[in-house]
Design a binder for this molecule. Structure first.
Ligand code: NAP
Length: 186
């Protein structure tokens, strides 16, 4: 069974988004997201990012699809023609995973890691699945006005030591403090 990790930045009041965008501006945190979701051990392979329709269109047009990663957008209402040719459209998270597991797709053996990158409902469904291995969570130590929130984390996730690629300790940018955490399904 193919597994995935989830990555999210969440503030003290559990918010993740406001008006289709991020509620904060943290350049280093965005770089961490980019680095983490791009990183592969095998330079010949690339990673997959799976996201809901609103998260995809929340990325500025000049920055989407997210470069150097296979972008999969989940939507039940969009048509293929509304997305660039190199972005895949799936009707459900499980459809996306089945497609990635299918040996008939020529690019399937060129994939290394799969990242769930939001939003709210996609995170909730992803965390409930046995396919979910790790949660990479940036805990922002401040409250922000938000209209989109991170769902409750199921009790079977526990914090594990940070890997060597994740900055340790409290980070700070524009006076905003935040810390990286990794949780793993036990
Ligand atoms: N802080 C962070 O780390 C972070 C990460 C990601 C996003 N965000 C923020 O969160 C907000 C967007 O998140 P959101 O929760 O509002 O929306 P979203 O999950 O990105 O998009 C929701 C839409 O995606 C489609 N969708 C979601 N789950 C699906 C599934 N399992 N199967 C098929 N389609 C599915 C549906 O589209 P249809 O209606 O077309 O069916 C649904 O209406 C933005 O503000 C964004 O900036 C923050």
């Amino acid at each position: 069974m193919l597994r995935y990790n989830l990555i999210v930045a969440v503030c003290e009041n559990f918010g993740i988004g406001l008006k289709g965008d991020l509620p904060w501006r943290l350049k280093s945190e965005l770089k961490y997201f980019s680095r983490t979701t791009k990183r592969t051990r095998d330079p010949a392979k690339r990673n997959v990012v799976i996201m809901g329709r609103k998260t995809y269109f929340g990325v500025p047009p000049s920055k989407r699809p997210l470069p150097d990663r296979l972008n999969i957008v989940l939507s039940t209402t969009m048509s293929r023609a509304e997305l660039p040719n190199d972005v895949l459209l799936c009707r459900s998270l499980e459809e996306a995973m089945k497609m990635l597991e299918s040996e008939s797709e020529p690019w399937c053996d060129q994939i290394e890691n799969i990242w769930i990158v939001g939003g709210s409902g996609v995170y909730e469904e992803a965390m409930a699945s046995p396919r979910c291995y790790r949660l990479y969570i940036t805990k922002i130590q401040e409250q922000f006005e938000c209209d989109t929130f991170f769902p409750n984390i199921p009790a079977d996730f526990h914090e594990v030591p940070l890997d060597e690629d994740t900055p340790h300790g409290v980070q700070e940018e524009n006076g905003i403090k935040y810390e990286y955490k990794i949780l793993e399904k036990q």
